[in-house]
Design a protein around this ligand. Structure first.
Ligand code: FES
Ligand code: MG
Length: 581
């Protein structure tokens, strides 16, 4: 008998046995179809089947190198005695996809969940990188309930432009403003374009991709040290191998995403998000993820728990350095070891140990990049603040560390636009009626209004103010903001204008008061007048009539619950579906 003729083993608790362990027709069909790809009978002898869910796509350049990591994961799976099977998942390319990748995060998550459940997988490794691919994978894995490890592709090397380090997004916003202000030439701008992204990987600022990578590790869903190493660092391949080996060990175990991502794990992640100066997008993604798992988590948890820790990582957009320096300084494990007295110890991660135990002894090698608690980049309580008031009854957020401190308590006249396009049409107008005191409101940019809640909350400043040397302005929207962006931008206003939230009722000239220390956002207009305006309000647009947008529009939740689909909330189970033939 050759190895290819070996019979499948008997009863086994692995999910894959429901497919491959059957001695009759059904098992035959499942096995022989894989034999057609050259997979011999030994693969079906009861060894764990490990899915490698790959969000590689040439339309997602940040994930364009994931095939190399998939090969490394496969090596690990094989070395540990597992049977790896790679499959593609919908990829979401932040810089290219329109109208915004956020419109598709839930679709990708749903696809990943269904693929895991519908296939003979005993554990899964999910390869991600670009902004939405990581939360989509976490959400899909959470709902599928099969043991899973996420492995992110890593950030690019630092950008280098004319002798200095430049960061994804952050320096793009900066250079674009200077170009519009005339202080940078078109030639310089083009040269900058060639110098910014020098290797494979995702954005290397502490934008959404780096934030979600760090929080995946903080939640316990990634092997220690996986979040920070550059995409092209050979040690990332080693970690990918380890990830594959560990997936084999987790197959059939009860160390599922539900057991790992507990309330305590989320609290650790929120504290770490404050210490790294993470993206405001993390608020939405963690709320959605917690919703999938039935973990109670509310918008206010981000303010309360986040305020416990100062900003300790000196990375753009809030600071000076980039992910390369963070990794070389010791990365997230070193930071976590510093913070061990501020984190829950009763968590479990994909290693089987707690987050704090994973990082015990990890040393900081550069105290300029990873600051000690007594010498923070910014003091505690200056991270993401949650605002409420008559403009945002269900909340709004602002990233204080990315704002001009002078504007955090500010009252000014509103200049209101019903769409981003309306504003952009006049943004270059030298006679625009705007001053540095104006509160710029751009609405109908929320989950349903746009739809997809794009990253336009850091609305570009009008040319008139740029020419006058102004570089920040209070901006209010129901949109999101890129994790790489900065400015005094009130985001995620809920309920959004498109569903009749009070943001829809503000008019140009109304006084708007932002009071971040008091956590308030109000329009100084009487309730009677607001009610009169509400009676006259008309929804701004007709919802989509077909396809994904139709389903999304009817089921998407507001920002304060993470912009997930209402019917995807609540944990599901991993039982193999019925056999149909
Ligand atoms: Fe993909 Fe920033 S554009 S990570
Ligand atoms: Mg982004």
């Amino acid at each position: 008998m050759t190895v290819n003729d070996r019979q499948p083993a008997g009863a086994n608790p692995l999910r894959s046995r429901a497919w491959f362990g059957d001695g009759g027709k059904n098992g035959f069909i499942a096995r022989h179809s894989l034999r057609a790809m050259g997979r011999g009978g030994h693969n079906f002898d009861g060894r764990p089947v490990i899915g490698i869910c790959n969000t590689y796509s040439e339309l997602t350049p940040c994930n364009g190198h994931l095939q190399i990591l998939a090969d490394a994961v496969k090596r690990g799976v094989l070395q540990a005695g597992g049977f790896p099977l790679e499959f593609p998942a919908m990829s979401l390319g932040e810089p290219i996809m329109r109208p915004t990748t956020m419109l598709y995060r839930n679709l990708a998550a749903m696809e990943i969940e269904e693929q895991i459940r519908a296939n003979p997988l005993d554990a899964v490794v999910l390869l991600t990188g670009c902004d939405k691919t990581t939360p989509a994978a976490l959400m899909g894995a959470a709902s599928a309930g099969v043991p899973a490890l996420v492995f992110t592709g890593g950030p690019t090397l630092n950008g280098r432009f004319r002798g200095r380090a430049v960061g994804s997004g952050t320096d793009v916003w900066r250079m674009t403003e200077e170009l519009r202000a005339g202080t940078v030439t078109q030639e310089e701008f083009t040269e900058f374009e060639t110098a910014l992204t020098r290797s494979a990987g995702h954005c290397m600022t502490m934008g959404t991709a780096s934030t979600m990578a760090c929080l995946t590790e903080a939640l316990g869903m990634m092997v220690p040290g996986g979040s920070g190493l550059p995409a092209v660092d050979s040690r990332r391949g080693t970690l990918a191998e380890e990830t594959g080996m560990r997936a084999v060990e987790l197959a059939g175990s009860d160390l599922t995403p539900q057991r790992i991502m507990t309330r305590a794990a989320f609290e650790n992640a929120i504290r770490i998000n404050a210490a790294i100066g993470g993206s405001t997008n993390a608020v939405l993604h963690l709320l959605a993820l917690a919703g999938r798992l039935g973990v109670p988590l509310a918008l206010d948890d981000f303010d309360r728990l986040g305020a416990e820790l100062p900003l300790l990582i000196d990375l753009m957009p809030s600071g000076r350095f980039l992910m390369e320096e963070f990794a070389y300084a010791g990365g997230l494990p070193a930071l976590i070891n510093d913070l061990r007295d501020h984190l829950h110890h009763d968590t479990v991660t994909v290693t089987g140990r707690s987050l704090v135990d994973n990082c015990a002894g990890a040393e900081v090698h550069d105290r300029e990049v990873i600051r000690p608690l007594d010498r923070p980049v910014q003091p505690a309580g200056t991270g993401t603040a949650v605002l409420r008031g008559n403009l945002a009854p269900d909340g709004a957020v602002i990233k204080q560390s990315a704002a001009d401190p002078k504007l955090l308590s500010h009252t000014g006249p509103a200049l209101v636009f019903d769409s981003l396009e309306d504003y952009l049409a006049v943004a270059e107008d030298p006679d625009l009626d705007i001053t540095a005191d104006t509160v710029l409101v751009v609405r109908n940019t929320g989950p349903r209004g746009y739809p997809g809640m794009p990253e336009v909350g850091n609305v570009q400043l009008p040319k008139k103010l740029l020419d006058a040397g102004v570089r920040d302005l209070v901006r209010i929207s129901d949109a999101r903001m890129s994790g790489t962006a900065y400015g005094t931008c009130v985001l995620h206003v809920a309920p959004e204008a498109a569903v009749g939230g009070p943001l829809a009722l503000v008019r140009t000239g109304d006084s708007v008061r932002l009071d971040v220390p008091a956590r308030r956002l109000d329009v100084l207009v009487g309730d009677d007048e607001l009610e009169r305006r509400r009676a006259a309000w008309q929804p701004p647009r007709a919802p989509a009539e077909r396809g994904w947008s139709y389903l999304y529009d009817r089921h998407v939740t507001q920002a304060d619950t993470g912009v997930d689909l209402d019917f995807l909330r609540g944990a599901t189970d991993s039982t193999p579906p019925r056999q149909a033939f």
